[in-house]
Design a protein around this ligand. Structure first.
Ligand code: MF3
Ligand code: CO
Length: 248
């Protein structure tokens, strides 16, 4: 069942999402080569708490940290550790917060200093595919119109969408129905309605779509070792169209 949210509930998800957006922005400015991913985790946890939020991922299915940091061939769910960020890396930063019982969730992939042109293009295409999906998040459209828009955008650019992980509804839980795949034919699934709140999150590989999960049971990496990027926004569907709640 898809839980429709009232305007008051959307406002709370917006507040949680704003905390995420501001904390991610602060982290972006803070992140420098030579830092460990654990240092970044500690920094961003403080950012969330200073704004009155609670880290959403910590303790979720025993996930041990505030943020997921996925470097280069890591796709999603990288656990903060002693790994050192280097010039030339691409770094996925995925963050969730709870405010007044409601969740917000967003991710970006950032370049550390100078990166290869093809890595830059991967990041740009992944972000643009998120916006192509969001553009379809309108009353009267079908859920899979979002999925199809993301996949088309990515494949036209010559990259692959990851199919092992999907976006999701969000509200009083981090993961609610419906699942929001980043692939599939258009015109399928539930009709989109005002009050639906979705986390749309394309994961895009430079090479093949296959991923595998490391022995830590969390970190997903590309099977072929190619680079991967991830962007995510929490959005609300309104009469006026999609509203991005996790954008500053
Ligand atoms: N943005 C990811 C998701 O929505 C992050 C989840 S990490 C977890 O699935 F630790 F909370 F699982
Ligand atoms: Co998510």
């Amino acid at each position: 069942m898809i839980i429709l949210k009232s305007k008051e509930e959307v406002a709370k998800i917006a507040k949680a999402s704003r905390i995420v957006a501001e904390s991610l922005e602060a982290l972006r400015a803070y992140l420098k080569p030579g830092m460990t991913t654990k240092e970044l985790d500690q920094f961003v946890e403080k950012q969330i708490r200073e704004r009155g939020g609670i880290p959403a991922f910590k303790g979720y299915r025993d996930y041990p940290a505030t943020i997921c940091i996925s470097v280069n061939e890591e796709v999603v769910h990288g656990i903060p550790s002693d790994k050192v960020i280097k010039e030339g890396d691409i770094v996925g930063l995925d963050l969730g917060a709870i405010y007044d019982g409601f969740y917000g969730d967003s991710a970006v992939t950032v370049a550390v200093g100078e990166i290869q042109p093809e890595a830059k293009r991967l990041i740009q295409v992944t972000e643009a595919s998120l916006y192509a999906g969001i553009e379809q998040a309108r009353e009267g459209s079908r859920l899979s119109d979002i999925s199809h828009a993301v996949q088309s955008h990515v494949e036209q650019a010559g990259f692959s969408v990851v199919t092992d992980f999907v976006g999701h509804g969000i509200g009083r839980s981090l993961h609610e129905e419906p699942q929001v795949p980043n692939f599939g034919p258009p015109g399928r699934g539930p009709r989109l309605r005002e009050g639906m709140v979705l986390a749309i999150e394309p994961m895009v590989n430079m090479g093949k779509p296959a991923v595998r999960v490391l022995d830590d049971h969390w970190t997903a990496v590309t099977a072929d070792g190619s680079l991967s990027a991830h962007f995510e926004h929490t959005i609300a569907i309104t009469k006026e169209g999609p509203v991005i709640l996790s954008k500053l």
